[in-house]
Every structure is written in structure tokens, then in C-alpha cells.
Design a protein around this ligand. Structure first.
Ligand code: ADP
Length: 680
């Protein structure tokens, strides 16, 4: 073993270096040993020598003032070749190996040398402890033993030193590791604090979101619940954390009310299949057994090995919107039913793509075949030229203002060229499924029959009224004649009777004129004779007339400044008289009727105010419509046809004026019209 290490010079040198002894300072411990060696062996020189690659270096050099010599001159490098043995050279002058050695031939004139190899515990001879003398001699047995012992001492010291160094290094490393550990601990603490903070922040955020959120472990046990979740179920956090996603407390059901099998629950699907489910709708119950519709999303939670360790479920309470949707569906169905029962044609156009969809009925109405592809323009093309521009303008306005509108117009059917009248509505709406899509849509109803009926009625009224007027003129003339004769004969009774006949004939004439007006309005035949006149003069005539005719009521005319109008005086008078006559007709005898005129924003506003029965709110929007009459207890016994106000409205609107009423039931009415004042 020693032989093998000895041969391995490289390893021996490595071993020597491992002690880190070369070129270190002198140390008293080692010097003590050389001093003892020199004393015991009675020699002037004692050395602790380490054999390096090219030199021998002395850790201690008693009696010799040299720190190192070349290895080639070294006695010790010979000594270590037999590491177990003490090497003695009695007289170097006679030893072949050393006789030419300058240390022998010159200073320090070595004659005697005894060296004990310094053999470490691994069997490496690192150098030797040697004694030197300038005279030839040998060591006694005791001296040899002592030198051997001292050599062991050197080795012990060396080992101790190396162990110490190693210990020191280990200690160093330990200290370093310790401080690193402390650092790691510090940063762990920081990470922990940050984690706690971010967890708290996350919980605050989760508590703020409008969706309910639960987190479960791999078995579906709820490990986290946000505020909204607890609100929805009205279950507190403590209890919630004892439940699973399929606990009976939730009463999970399908939308039709049947129990939801646990494996169909979105969270269970996430746990079992790793599936992400979106917009799953289910029915649950809160703690008080109220049913709640939920829309739920669920995602699995996976660890780094892709194992499912839990799931997150988020859900919204859609109970309200669910019912709303149901209502909408119902409404849509009733709308469809209404459309089909009213035989309406329907169409819609995607405003982005300009795609046009027309129902079969719509195509049929416009005279197209059912399988024919038609466009919006095709439909517009069939509208009678007289009305086309107006229809387009109304449709565009309705689209721009996002308001629905309605209008009537004639069309010429595409294939059979027949003329029909339609009533059409237009409206714009958002696609409920995709609010980014806007549609423009409409319905079309065939009102040809109604139009023809109206026309026939109007023709008939016109004709009848016209025919009635002729005999009435004759009756009026005869009445007049008889009245004059009676006056001449001083026949008071006949004068009186003829006066009554005349009043009735005038009434009848008024009615017939009204019917004629309606007929003419329908045909657009009413003519306006525009001329400048003063409202004050109009009031004067009306005041004189009512003073003669009306004795049941007090009619008060407010004084009026000169107010000039460019209008048909006769027609405006007709309107004023109509208002006054209605006031008389629909208010109790003895009450007052006030007639006034004020100026508002360049318009003359004429008002007729009575203290009569008033008009119910619900009827007011229709009061100016043709043939409309209020139906109420108070109206019983009040005769009329419901055309007076209609004619008034037509007359005023043809003058670019406005007409209206302020009234409430039982509180009297104030009818008014306003017309632009002539400005010079
Ligand atoms: P008519 O008086 O012939 O019925 P009108 O067109 O003049 O027709 O009036 C329509 C309806 O409006 C009347 O039937 C009545 O119900 C209501 N009306 C008109 N004027 C008044 C009024 N001053 N006070 C209460 N109701 C009125």
C-alpha cells in the first residue's frame, strides 16, 4: 500500500498541498520539535523538511540558516523513498549518492544524516524530520526511537492543522449557509406577507364582483365563497363552508324543475372531466326555499402535473331576466299571432349587410310571387309615384330618429298591376340575440277595402248633402217669404212659428254644410280664400251673432288689440263658432263662456273656455278625429256626429296653425287654436 502511494508522486504532491503547509511562517511548535530532536540526537542541525516537486522546504530549521534547497541536493527525497524506515547516512563522503552533493562538499559540510519520513495516515511520505552533523556517526537505538516519535508528532500536528483548516472551512461554509438561510427566511417572510396581502385583496375584489363565486376542493367541498354567493343563497359563510356543490341545501334542479343529477352539475363536470362549462342554466333554492335561476360557468383547477385539485364556479342570478325573457317570448308569440290574424305583411332589413327579408304575405301584398327574391328598392318601386317620396321621407325619418311611424299610401301591384291601399309602419330595432345588429323593419296591412268604403261613404255624404241643400234653399226662401207675409198681416203667432222653422232650417243647413266639408276634405277639395283681416273684427261679428242666438249662456269676449292674420276669414269664423257652439252644447245653462285672444311667440292664440262637463283625459287624444264622440253619462241626450272638431282641425292645420284642448272631466274645457300673425 505504502509502495503504491510512494510510486504515485503526483498523488503524494497533492497530499502535501492538501496540508497547506508550504511557505507558511515559522511556528514555535515545530521549532520546539526540531530543537528537541537536535538535543536528543546530540546533533547541531535538525530540520522538518517537506519534499516539494523541485525543492525541499523547511518548516523548521534548527541550526541551519536556510529555508529551502533544490530537490536534487536533498537527502530527504532519498529518505522518503522508503517511507516506513529511518534513513541513516554515517558519512556522506563515502556514500555514492551524496559524496558530490554541494551540501557535503561545501557548507554546511554534512557528514552524518538521519531522517525519519513524515508518513501521513494515507501513507504519503511528505518529507522528513532529520538531524544532521558535520562529523560521521550513528544514532543510538533510543535516539532513533525518539526521532521516530518526534516524526509522528510532526505528522499529528500537520493533521491537526489540516483538520482545523477543514473545520474552519466547514465553519465558514456553515456561517455562509446560515446567513443565506436567514436571507431566504426573510424573503420567504416577505413573500408570505405579500401572499397574504394579495389573498386579502383578491378576496375583497371577489367580494365586490356581481357574480357569485365558489371554489371547491377535488371532492366538491366548498373551500371559498364570496359575498354575492352567500347573498344569493342567503346562507352564511360558516355554513357555506360545510357544504358541497351538490348539497341538498341547494336543491339543484334543471330548468323544467326536475332534479339535476349530481354529475350534470357544472362544478362536478369540471371536477370529473376537467371540462370548462359556460352559461349553464340551472334552478336552485335559497335557504328560504325561494327558487332562483342561475347562469353558471365552471372551470377546473389543476396542479403542475395537470391533476384536477378543485374547481371554480361563478354564477349570476338571472331570475329576473329569465322571467323577462319568458315574457318576451310570450309577447313575441302573441305578436306573431296578431300579425298572422291581422294578415300583416312583415319585412326587415339588416342595416349592415342591407339584406332584406320579406314575409310571404308581404310579397303577396306587393304582387310578387312567394319564391321571388325581392329588395327594399323593389318594394319602394311599387308605391304610387304620388306618394313614393313622402313614404321614403317618413321611413328615413323614422330610422334616423329611432321612432316608429305609420302612414297610408297606394301601391300598384307588381305582376297584376292592381291598385291597392296599404297602411304601413316602420321601426328600427336591435337584434335581441346580438345587440350589434340593427334592423329596420315594418308591417304592411291592406286597407284597400277600408279606403274604398271611406271613399264610398264620403261620396255618398257629398251626394246626399248636395241633394239636400237644394230643397233646403227652397224651404229657407219659403220660410222667409211666409215670415214677411205674417209680419205684414201682423200675425204674431205665424211670425214666431216661422222664426222657429227658420232656426231649425239654419241648423240643418249647418249640418249639411258640415257633411259637405267632410266629403270635400276627404277629396282634398277644400279651398282656402286667403285674405288679410283683423281678429278683433272677427270677434265683433261673433259677439253680435251670439248675442242674438245664445240666450242660455253668458258669452264674454275679452277686448282684443288689432291682430292681423292672412287667412280664410269665413273658415276661421266657422272654427270659432264651432268652439262656441260646443261650449254652449256641453255646459249647463247659465254658466259663462269666455272668448279671448292673446299673442304667443308671433301666433294669435284664440281660446274658448267653458264651465261644462269637460273631457276625460283618455279621450282627449282622439277628440279631433273624424266621427269621434265621448261616450259618458253626461253625454246622454247630446246629439251630434263628431265631425265639427275634425273640420276645425283640418281648417287650422291647412293654415299652418295648431289646435288643442285643455280639460279635465267635470272641470270645463278650454279649446284653442293658434295662427301665425301677419308681421310687416
Ligand atoms: P259633436 O259635438 O257633433 O259630437 P264635435 O266634433 O264638435 O262633434 O265634438 C266631438 C266630441 O267632443 C263631442 O261629441 C263631445 O264629446 C266632445 N266635446 C266637444 N266640445 C266639448 C266641450 N266644450 N266640452 C265637452 N266636450 C266637448
Amino acid at each position: 500500500m505504502a509502495q503504491m502511494n510512494f510510486l504515485n508522486e503526483q498523488k503524494r504532491l497533492e497530499a502535501l498541498r492538501s496540508y497547506s503547509i508550504l511557505d507558511t511562517d515559522e511556528e514555535a511548535d515545530y521549532d520546539d520539535l526540531t530543537e528537541i530532536a537536535a538535543a536528543i540526537c546530540d546533533s547541531p542541525i535538525a530540520l522538518i523538511s517537506f519534499v516539494d516537486k523541485d525543492r525541499q522546504w523547511f518548516k523548521s530549521h534548527y541550526g541551519l540558516d536556510v529555508h529551502q534547497t533544490d530537490r536534487c541536493h536533498s537527502f530527504c527525497s532519498h529518505a522518503i523513498q522508503d517511507p516506513e524506515k529511518l534513513m541513516q547516512v554515517e558519512d556522506a563522503q563515502f556514500d555514492q549518492r551524496f559524496q558530490d552533493n554541494p551540501l557535503v562538499t561545501g557548507s554546511p559540510d554534512i557528514r552524518f544524516y538521519a531522517g525519519m519520513p513524515l508518513l501521513d495516515k494515507d501513507g504519503y511520505a511528505l518529507g522528513s524530520l532529520c538531524v544532521i552533523d558535520q562529523k560521521p556517526r550513528v544514532l543510538t537505538q533510543i535516539q532513533q526511537k525518539a526521532l521516530r516519535t518526534l516524526a509522528h508528532q510532526v505528522i499529528d500536528k500537520l493533521s491537526l492543522r489540516r483538520n482545523n483548516r477543514e473545520l474552519y472551512t466547514i465553519n465558514q461554509q456553515l456561517t455562509e449557509t446560515n446567513s443565506k438561510l436567514r436571507e431566504a427566511e426573510e424573503s420567504l417572510k416577505k413573500v408570505n406577507t405579500a401572499l397574504t396581502e394579495s389573498k386579502e385583496r383578491l378576496q375583497t375584489i371577489l367580494d365586490l364582483v356581481v357574480e357569485g363565486i365558489v371554489i371547491t376542493d377535488g371532492e366538491g367541498n366548498i373551500t371559498y365563497t364570496n359575498r354575492r354567493n352567500r347573498e344569493i343563497f342567503k346562507i352564511d359563510e360558516k355554513k357555506m363552508l360545510t357544504l358541497t356543490n351538490v348539497s341538498p341545501e341547494f336543491n339543484n334542479r334543471r330548468l323544467d324543475g326536475s332534479p339535476l343529477p349530481p354529475e350534470e352539475h357544472p362544478v362536478t363536470m369540471a371536477l370529473n372531466k376537467g371540462a370548462t362549462t359556460i352559461n349553464n342554466e340551472l334552478l336552485v333554492s335559497d335557504q328560504y326555499l325561494n327558487s332562483i335561476y342561475l347562469r353558471m360557468n365552471a372551470v377546473p383547477i389543476k396542479d403542475s402535473q395537470e391533476n384536477i385539485t378543485g374547481a371554480i364556479g361563478s354564477f349570476a342570478d338571472i331570475t329576473e331576466s329569465y322571467f323577462l325573457q319568458e315574457k318576451l317570448k310570450e309577447r313575441e308569440m302573441s305578436l306573431r299571432a296578431a300579425i298572422s290574424s291581422a294578415d300583416l305583411g312583415t319585412w326587415r332589413m339588416d342595416l349592415q349587410t342591407k339584406e332584406f327579408f320579406a314575409s310571404a304575405r308581404m310579397k303577396e301584398l306587393f304582387g310578387f310571387y312567394e319564391d321571388e327574391q325581392i329588395s327594399y328598392e323593389d318594394v319602394l318601386g311599387q308605391i304610387a309615384e304620388s306618394h313614393r317620396d313622402k313614404v321614403i321621407a317618413v321611413a328615413e325619418a323614422s330610422l334616423l330618429q329611432n321612432e316608429s311611424s305609420e302612414l297610408e299610401y297606394p301601391i300598384v301591384r307588381y305582376h297584376d298591376k292592381k291598385l291597392r291601399w296599404f297602411c304601413a309602419t316602420f321601426y328600427a330595432y336591435k337584434d335581441p340575440e346580438n345587440p350589434k345588429i340593427y334592423f329596420f323593419a315594418g308591417t304592411t296591412a291592406d286597407i284597400t277595402e277600408r279606403k274604398l268604403e271611406e271613399q264610398r261613404r264620403s261620396d255618398f255624404i257629398g251626394m246626399v248633402s248636395h241633394e239636400l241643400r237644394t230643397p233646403l234653399t227652397a224651404i229657407k226662401a219659403y220660410t222667409n217669404l211666409h215670415q214677411r207675409i205674417a209680419e205684414k198681416n201682423d200675425d204674431k203667432m205665424l211670425v214666431n212659428t216661422m222664426g222657429k222653422v227658420y232656426t231649425q232650417v239654419k241648423r240643418m243647413e249647418g249640418m249639411i254644410n258640415g257633411f259637405l266639408d267632410v266629403a270635400r276634405l276627404g277629396e282634398g277639395k277644400i279651398q282656402l280664400n286667403i285674405a288679410r283681416f283683423d281678429i278683433a273684427s272677427l270677434f265683433k261679428i261673433a259677439e253680435e251673432n251670439s248675442a242674438v242666438i245664445i240666450n242660455s249662456h253668458k258669452v264674454l269676449f275679452s277686448p282684443t288689440d288689432i291682430t292681423l292674420l292672412d287667412a280664410d276669414k269665413e273658415k276661421i269664423e266657422q272654427v270659432l263658432i264651432n268652439f262656441i257652439n260646443n261650449a254652449v252644447k256641453y255646459s249647463p245653462s247659465g254658466t259663462t263662456i269666455e272668448v279671448s285672444c292673446i299673442t304667443v311667440n308671433g301666433m294669435a292664440k284664440v281660446c274658448v273656455k267653458d264651465q261644462g262637463m269637460g273631457i276625460p283625459m283618455a279621450d282627449q287624444p282622439y277628440i279631433f278625429e273624424r266621427f269621434f264622440r265621448v261616450e259618458s253619462e253626461a253625454m246622454r241626450g247630446k246629439k251630434g256626429f263628431g265631425i265639427g272638431l275634425y273640420i276645425c282641425k283640418e281648417i287650422i292645420e291647412r293654415h299652418q296653425g295648431e289646435i288643442g284642448v285643455e280639460s279635465s272631466e267635470g272641470q270645463g274645457s278650454e279649446f284653442w287654436f293658434s295662427l301665425p300673425i301677419f308681421q310687416n
